[in-house]
Structures are given as C-alpha cells and as structure tokens.
Design a protein around this ligand. Structure first.
Ligand code: AP5
Length: 218
C-alpha cells in the first residue's frame, strides 16, 4: 500500500509513519530525514540545502523530486511506502504523479492530519529524539518509560532539531499554508484524500488512520 501523510510541521506525520512502518511494513520515506542525513554527511547536497532548512524555507522541487523518485522503487519499498513530508508543493505532486505512472505504481490514500497552529508550536518546541536510533519523544506528550533512556534502543543521548524553535517554526507554517495546503484540493479532486483530527491523542489518531487504510493494529 502506498500512502502520503500530509500536514503542517508537528502534525504527527513522522510519529504515525513510524508506527505504520513497524506494524505493517510500509517503508517510511521522510524527505526531512533524508535531507538532514545529507547535511550531516557534509556532501554537496547537504551544503546546498543546509541554509534553506535552517531558515525553515522549502528546498527546491527538482532536488526533492530527484531524491524521492529513485527511493520509491528500492527493494525495501516492495510492500509499500509512506511519504512523510513529500509532496509539499503542487509541482512536486505533479512530478510524483509522473514518476508513479512511469513505474506502474499508484497512491492508495492521502491522509491529512489537521492540527491548529498554536498547538503545533507547543508540539515542536517540546520534541526531541534518541541520538542513536531516532525514536521520537516529547517533553510532556510522549516521554520515555524510564526517564533519560530510549524505549526503543536503550540509548541515553537525545537531540533536538535546529529548526525546532519558535522563529523558524513561523516560517515553516507559512510555507505549509502558502505552498503545501493547495495539495488538499489537488488530492480531494482525485478522490483519495481523507482527513483526520490530528489534535486527538497519538493513539486516537492511529486508530483513525488504521480505519482509513483498512487495518486494525495495536
Ligand atoms: P520535515 O522534517 O518534513 O519537517 P516538518 O514537515 O516540518 O514536519 P515535522 O517533522 O516537524 O513534524 P511531524 O508532522 O513529522 O510531527 P512529529 O510526528 O515529529 O522538514 C524539515 C525541512 O526539510 C523543511 O522545513 C524543508 O526545509 C525541508 N523539506 C523536507 N521535505 C521537503 C519537501 N518535500 N520539499 C521541500 N523542502 C522539504 O510530531 C511532533 C511532536 O508532537 C513529537 O514530539 C510527537 O511526539 C508529538 N505528537 C505527535 N502526534 C501527537 C498527538 N496526536 N498528540 C500530541 N503530541 C503528538
């Protein structure tokens, strides 16, 4: 099954995508994670995108489309993929349509996570991740079972993203409302858009997502 999770920064796309991958084996493809890995590796792509990401602006469409079009046909996507953070502009969505058609693939569902802007700022400023395995936590909404120890791998070091501060979040929200929200009518017209109340708890959102995709996991 091939899915898109669509929503503003902090809506819970990464949280839900990681759960779907773990339970059902659809590969999570996060363009944000791919770009952060490129920045960390210090290569040409990373150098090109670092300042853009630090400001909270969107990376040019051609860079992103090149990155994702190779990725969706890798062997680990044979049971399906979840696009987390892509597409983010109408030109990216059109390019994705072309790539899918060329490769004989299709999208099954586009799931929008709806969350108010004020809540997003609180979510993003409280977010952190395990430095070893990347498992996602929050100061109040999702703490590790044992304080300071990652539930997933036992790691004890945690990191916060450089673009997770109030000033940059404002730019990221502006990019969402101006450039990404037009994808909602784009996919609604194709009859594959479903919207979920992303303000509900992580578990309640997961349940709604499962209903949309016809699964009933834990
Ligand atoms: P990216 O990494 O994609 O960031 P984003 O879209 O801003 O999304 P986030 O990762 O911040 O949020 P999320 O929705 O995954 O929320 P999460 O699950 O972590 O992009 C970063 C940058 O890369 C962009 O600004 C851009 O520069 C560039 N980029 C990436 N893709 C691009 C593209 N296609 N085109 C151009 N540029 C691109 O949840 C957030 C927190 O809330 C967590 O702590 C979580 O525990 C908590 N939480 C989650 N769900 C709930 C809930 N239901 N209730 C309470 N708390 C919750």
């Amino acid at each position: 099954m091939n899915l898109i999770l669509l929503g503003p920064p902090g809506a819970g796309k990464g949280t839900q995508a990681a759960r779907l991958e773990k339970l059902y084996g659809f590969k999570q493809l996060s363009t944000g994670d791919m770009l952060r890995a490129a920045v960390a590796s210090g290569g040409a792509l990373g150098k090109e995108v670092k300042a853009i990401m630090d400001r909270g602006d969107l990376v040019p469409d051609d860079v992103i489309v090149r990155m994702i079009s190779e990725r969706i046909t890798a062997p680990d996507c044979r049971d399906g993929f979840i696009l987390d953070g892509f597409p983010r502009t109408v030109p990216q969505a059109r390019a994705l349509d072309r790539v899918l058609a060329e490769k004989g693939l299709r999208l099954d569902h586009v799931i929008e996570l709806r969350v108010d802007d004020a809540v997003l700022v609180a979510r993003i400023s409280g977010r952190y991740a395990c430095a070893s395995c990347g498992a996602n936590y929050h100061d109040t909404n999702r703490k590790p079972r044992v304080a300071g120890v990652c539930d997933a791998c036992g790691g004890t070091e945690f990191v916060r993203r450089k673009d997770d501060n109030a000033g940059v979040v404002a730019t990221r929200l502006k990019a969402y409302h101006g450039q990404t929200a037009p994808l909602l009518p784009y996919y609604r017209e194709r009859g594959i858009l479903a919207s979920v109340d992303g303000m509900a708890s992580i578990e309640a959102v997961a349940k709604e997502v499962d209903q949309i995709i016809g699964k009933s996991g834990k």
